[in-house]
Design a protein around this ligand. Structure first.
Ligand SMILES: C[S@@+](CC[C@H](N)C(=O)[O-])C[C@H]1O[C@@H](n2cnc3c(N)ncnc32)[C@H](O)[C@@H]1O
Length: 232
């Protein structure tokens, strides 16, 4: 329902605003159709990633592409891979998508069904049959044990443990591995169910004057939102 509404509104705006002489020749992946197609497919994977999140990731990742920014991506907290599948759509040759999840290992947050690395792989490959699995580096375990060596990431999505301590530890680890002008996204900011995330983001920003908010984006019909941070 929400998807159809968003689509018809978008079409209406495009029709009203675009006359033949000033029509913009958008790249195929930037047209609304493929983005709706992408979300229609990935929403079949269990998860909380919304159509609005998909559009916001698209905006940021396309901006990076237009800036010719290349590099790896990282996600902490893939669950069954819904948000991961969105990120994978923007993975270019020679780039790696590192994915960390506790999977079957017990976590502070309780989930109805535990994901598995095999299920994640199945889901990602069914969404992107052309995906070279060598480009996906799945790390099984708690994010506090994640070893990233010298890796640097252009785009990071943090959606793992939702306590203040876990979210802050994840942000500090990710900040140390964020490429210049890279973007770090934290899920569930100002979600009343997960007050620890808001406290962690606020504490992180207070302690890291070199970071600023790139975007604080609402999502229709969902509690909380994702906050997008960049190094100044
Ligand atoms: C909210 S779900 C992620 C949802 C997914 N990003 C999406 O949008 O579909 C959180 C995931 O984080 C994992 N997780 C929770 N605590 C973790 C921790 N401390 N380290 C690593 N993964 C963790 C859980 O196993 C779960 O799969």
């Amino acid at each position: 329902m929400k998807l159809n509404f968003g689509l018809s509104r978008l079409r209406w705006r495009v029709r009203r605003r675009t006359r033949p002489q000033d029509a913009i020749d958008l790249a195929p992946e930037a047209r609304p159709g493929p983005l709706v197609d992408l979300f229609t497919r990935i929403r079949t994977i269990p998860g909380w990633f919304t159509y609005d999140d998909c559009v916001h990731f698209h905006l940021v990742l396309r901006m990076q592409e237009l800036m010719d920014m290349r590099g790896d991506m990282l996600e902490i907290g893939s669950y069954h891979g819904r948000s991961t599948a969105c990120m994978a759509a923007y993975l270019r040759p020679h780039e790696t998508l590192v994915v960390c999840d506790a999977f079957a290992q017990p976590t502070d947050d309780v989930y109805p069904d535990r994901p598995s690395p095999e299920g994640l792989q199945r889901n990602l490959l069914s969404m992107h049959p052309q995906l070279d699995w060598q480009q996906v580096d799945v790390r099984v375990g708690l994010s506090r044990d994640l070893q990233l060596g010298e890796a640097q990431f252009r785009f990071i999505h943090i959606d793992g443990g939702h306590s203040q301590a876990e979210a802050l530890t994840d942000m500090q680890l990710c900040a140390a591995h964020l490429a210049p002008q890279g973007v770090m996204v934290v899920d569930d900011y100002e979600n009343a169910y997960w007050p620890g995330v808001t406290a962690a983001v606020d504490a992180f920003l207070a302690a890291h004057g070199d970071f600023t908010i790139l975007a604080d984006l609402n999502r229709h019909g969902a509690v909380g939102r994702k906050i997008y941070l960049v190094r100044k």
